[in-house]
Design a protein around this ligand. Structure first.
Ligand code: URA
Length: 250
């Protein structure tokens, strides 16, 4: 690229190189008036440095939540995370609210963001096959994610974003009260089991999820997106699913 290239030439060059989306690492709220561009660059560090009072804002939002409908409204009205501004639809949860198995993933991807439903893209297709392999259908389980909003370009959610939304998914679990929780991927495991153990070590080992009086058996397992990239690992997920099936039928 020539040093004195025009903006149009640079754009052409990016397009030739295959760029079809221009995004930053941090979402920019372009609907907000009088926001300096620099503000958007510090927004992630703003979330990270939220005071404990601000972080407990989520808990304040949850005080009057007694049903899934209340929770959905609480999340929709929670404006402390800029991801909301760049996402198309909120992805709350789907499936059978009386299910014995609740599955928690990481965050919506492109297709989930478009449809407002969890696991409806390529990972969801694989998840359907995985469930079918132990005799379950999507209608038999309940599915949600740690984050209800898609991170731009499917980037990994930051620790601050995960921390901000953890109280909401904990409430979600308390409302569903499943017999078994299947946590897909490291983000779900670190948020809900409060551990730094990587998913490769954590998977396949039964754990307890404890929240007040609530105690639920937890199976950590690989995320389907990871399995799509590394199919050789599917054999481990198969073992985890068999263990889940055994627990559900015990
Ligand atoms: N990945 C997730 O973790 N959740 C979804 O809903 C889709 C992809």
């Amino acid at each position: 690229m020539k040093e004195n290239a025009t903006a149009e030439q640079m754009l052409q060059w990016y397009m030739t190189a295959g760029v079809n989306e221009t995004i930053g690492n941090v979402p920019v709220n372009r609907f907000k008036k009088n926001v300096e561009t620099a503000d958007s660059l510090v927004v992630d560090s703003v979330i990270s440095s939220l005071s404990p009072e601000k972080k407990s804002l989520a808990n304040a939002f949850l005080q009057d939540v007694f049903s899934l409908e209340d929770l959905k409204n609480a999340i929709a009205n929670f404006n402390e995370c800029p991801l909301k501004e760049t996402a198309t639809n909120m992805v709350f949860g789907a499936g059978n609210p009386n299910a014995e198995l609740m599955i928690v993933g990481e965050a919506p991807g492109k297709e989930e963001d478009r449809q407002g439903l969890p696991f409806v893209g390529p990972s969801g297709h694989l998840l359907d096959l995985m469930l079918n392999s132990i005799g379950l259908k999507r209608e038999n389980v309940y599915i949600s994610n740690i984050l209800p909003w898609r991170p731009p370009a499917n980037r990994k959610p930051s620790e601050a974003e995960i921390a901000l939304f953890t109280p909401f998914i904990k409430k979600h679990i308390a409302l569903i009260k499943p017999k078994v929780l299947l946590l897909l991927g490291g983000s779900a495991v670190s948020a809900l089991l409060n551990t730094n153990i990587g998913i490769t070590k954590a998977r396949g080992q039964w754990q307890k999820y404890v929240d007040g009086d609530l105690e639920i058996d937890v199976m950590p397992s690989f995320h389907p997106a990871f399995l799509l990239r590394t199919p050789a690992q599917k054999k481990f997920s198969w073992r985890d699913l068999l263990a889940v099936k055994k627990n559900l039928t015990a």
